[in-house]
Design a protein around this ligand. Structure first.
Ligand code: NOJ
Ligand code: CA
Length: 663
């Protein structure tokens, strides 16, 4: 009976497949409406939220390479509709369960004159935004083809203020820029718009597969247009039918929490393809890393070599004694001597330097129940890396080790192609899929901008792609700005996990005295809650943690959550985030500020009603200041419940980190 009913709904959908010149679909709550129509023969779309037009008459379509490059006039008709309301469970994440609730329509655009090409546009509208993608069905008029330009536009009605990363800065390691839309240079997505009255829009993409990354340029007034990262020959994408593009997405949020917690991107990716995920475990790692960046040790072999057997075993001991799940070691393998960026074929991913007994270290870690995060810097030489990858991953997993940190330092991939063009995107996918085969999780540095592929391949656990804490070790400008972390969650953070690698307790930097971590210690702690990653590093030398009470917070704080909320934030000023542990009933709270000290009140209404909690509070000391006294913090405890308000005093570039333990 039920089957029959579903069948008749499908039949009605087909009847809708009649020619029309204006067709639309609305969100499940009816507020957001997406309309496709033709304007002078070209397909355009409009998006309204209630009575407000957010996007008006924006272009859809392509310019192809070769003859008859531009898609001519099209006629449009709706060929199907669908809707879904389901809840799925994440392998790891900011929240355990995700609701996927949308209405869908697919519109066929058919060129009216020769060659009569067909492109379908599938639109999904959610209560918090929309996504659409183009598909090119198998057809006589289009077999092999190349895209010269994707014409997708986002035409706004107003010159809103926006937050964006500059496309010309390598590896997305940029500060967020804050300008009107009309003044952007080529920008990355996520591209976040402050729409006034506490509302936000954010443009991004989902499921970037076999395609080039979408960047945005400002064309006229406040119209943004897609600009795909090109191949070295200028082509944007090579394809053959059937073919489909990633989803173009926009969050339409009524407040900053809705912006940060929108799951449109994940919902528009394919479900998890890894059956047994028992080896994919969120966790915290320490590592021989920060002391390399501060030049106490070297990656290369010599008298100051960091990755020695003994040194690594000390880290393993510390991890085992302090509940850290893994140890990262950089510089263990052959290839770091001389100019490794130029001579990347010198890297060997299975052969260690003479003072690093690979077998002994791996067995020692296994005996202590500690995982190794095995570092594979391949300097963007994927040809070389892929020639060794099977052998390397097989070796690592033979010791029951499941984590690899990849490095991609070199602006061009394989000396020729962009990191996030179609070539780079496909090369990286090959690495992730190979890793899954050998039960290896990836922490990808110098990644392509995340677009939710980690839903399908949850072994792709975290990514850099952010101006991370390494810049605080050596950057000539003095280190990351105090406001940086109050911006990150709302631009880059919308795309997925960030391996930012905080955890500094020792703020001295004698080798590079011009540069330093520019936060207080309490802010370092709070960042574990504010910034999401299923793998989090405690990046300081373990010596800095010994005997320090504040390290308890790093030990306690989870990296896998039942639910998460941005309680309050002003991008660029401050952020307060609360999250509930996935494996206990504890809540955690992190508050951070920019260069300005400030006092913040947080209503604890997120706690379970009728329940008392012990709040373990790590706050800035009364004399804390990120420049003159970053180490000063204080610890206190108090009993609270959901009717209480927590008053926090944050120092300059300070923070407050709280664990709420159910009584
Ligand atoms: C850049 C990475 O982001 C960093 O973490 C790593 O230490 C260096 N590359 C060397 O591979
Ligand atoms: Ca980096």
């Amino acid at each position: 009976m039920k089957f029959k009913f579903i069948f008749s709904v499908a039949a009605i959908s087909c009847i809708l497949a009649t020619g029309c010149c204006n067709t639309s679909v609305s969100s499940p709550d009816g507020n957001i409406n997406f309309t496709v129509k033709t304007q002078e023969g070209k397909a355009v779309y409009t998006v309204k939220d209630g009575n407000q037009t957010i996007i008006s008459n924006s272009a859809l379509g392509f310019i192809f390479k070769g003859e008859e490059a531009e898609l001519g006039a099209v006629e449009i008709c709706r060929i199907s509709t669908d809707s879904k309301d389901e809840t799925w469970e994440q392998v790891w994440g900011e929240e355990r369960f995700v609701r996927n609730n949308y209405n869908e329509m697919t519109v066929r655009m058919k060129e009216t004159a020769e060659p009569g090409r067909i492109i379908d546009l599938t639109v999904r509208v959610f209560d918090d935004g929309f996504g659409f993608r183009y598909s090119f069905p198998d057809q006589e008029a289009l077999k092999e083809f190349a895209i010269a330009e994707e014409l997708t536009e986002f035409r706004f009605s107003k010159d809103y203020m926006s937050w964006w990363l500059d496309q010309s800065v390598p590896y997305y390691e940029d500060y967020g820029h804050n300008t009107p839309i009309s003044q952007i240079d080529t920008a990355h997505t996520p591209f976040t718009i402050e729409a006034g009255e506490g509302r936000y829009f954010a443009i991004h993409e989902a499921n970037l597969t076999d395609y080039a990354k979408m960047n945005l340029v400002n064309t006229e007034d406040y119209c943004l247009r897609a600009w795909l990262t090109p191949w070295s020959d200028g082509t944007k994408v090579y394809a053959s039918t059937p073919f489909q593009t990633p989803w173009r997405t926009m969050i339409i949020a009524d407040d900053i929490n809705e912006l940060a917690m929108s799951r449109i991107m994940l919902n528009l990716n394919e479900p998890n393809r890894i059956e047994d995920t028992s080896w994919i475990r969120p966790g915290k790692y320490i590592g021989i890393w920060w002391t390399l960046h501060k030049d106490y040790y070297t990656w290369y072999y010599g008298p100051r070599h960091g990755a020695t057997t003994e040194h690594t075993m000390r880290y393993i001991d510390f991890a085992a004694e302090n509940g850290m799940s893994a140890v990262l070691v950089e510089g263990w393998n052959i290839g770091w001597d001389g100019n490794w960026m130029k001579n990347s074929t010198g890297f060997d991913f299975t052969k260690a330097y003479p003072d690093y007994d690979f077998d002994k270290v791996m067995k020692y870690a296994a005996s202590k129940g500690v995982q190794m995060v095995i570092h594979n810097e391949y300097a963007a030489n994927t040809d070389h890396y892929l020639s060794q990858i099977d052998e390397a991953y097989k070796l690592y997993s033979s010791y029951d080790m499941h984590y690899v940190k990849t490095g991609n330092v070199n602006v061009l991939m394989d000396g020729k192609e962009a990191h996030d063009g179609q070539y780079g995107v496909n090369r990286r996918r090959k690495i992730v899929e190979t890793a899954a085969k050998y039960r290896i999780c990836i922490d990808e540095h110098e990644p392509a901008m995340p677009t939710g592929i980690h839903r399908t391949w949850p072994n792709l656990m975290t990514y850099e792609g952010v101006r991370g804490q390494e810049h605080d070790a050596w950057e000539p400008d003095g280190g990351n700005r105090p406001d940086h972390m109050t911006v990150c969650p709302f631009i880059r953070g919308l795309a997925g996990p960030m391996d930012y690698t905080f955890g500094t307790f020792d703020f001295s930097n004698p080798n590079y005295p011009f540069c330093r971590v520019r936060t207080t210690l309490a802010k370092q702690l709070a960042q574990y809650v504010v910034i999401y990653s299923p793998l989090q590093m405690a990046s300081d030398d373990p010596k800095a943690y010994e005997g320090v009470k504040a390290f308890d917070f790093i030990k306690d704080v989870p990296c896998d959550w039942h639910e998460s909320r941005v309680i309050d934030a002003v991008i660029g000023d401050y952020t307060i985030t609360a999250r509930r542990d996935r494996n206990s009933e504890d809540w955690y709270l992190g508050a951070i500020t920019d260069e300005n000290a400030r006092e913040l009140n947080v209503a604890l209404s997120f706690l379970e009603p009728g329940t008392e909690y012990i709040a373990q509070i790590y706050s800035d000391g009364p004399d804390a200041d990120y420049e003159s006294n970053p180490e000063s913090y204080s610890y206190s405890e108090m009993t609270v419940d959901q009717n209480d308000t927590l008053h926090m005093k944050l120092a300059t570039s300070g923070g407050c980190a709280v664990r709420f333990v159910k009584k």
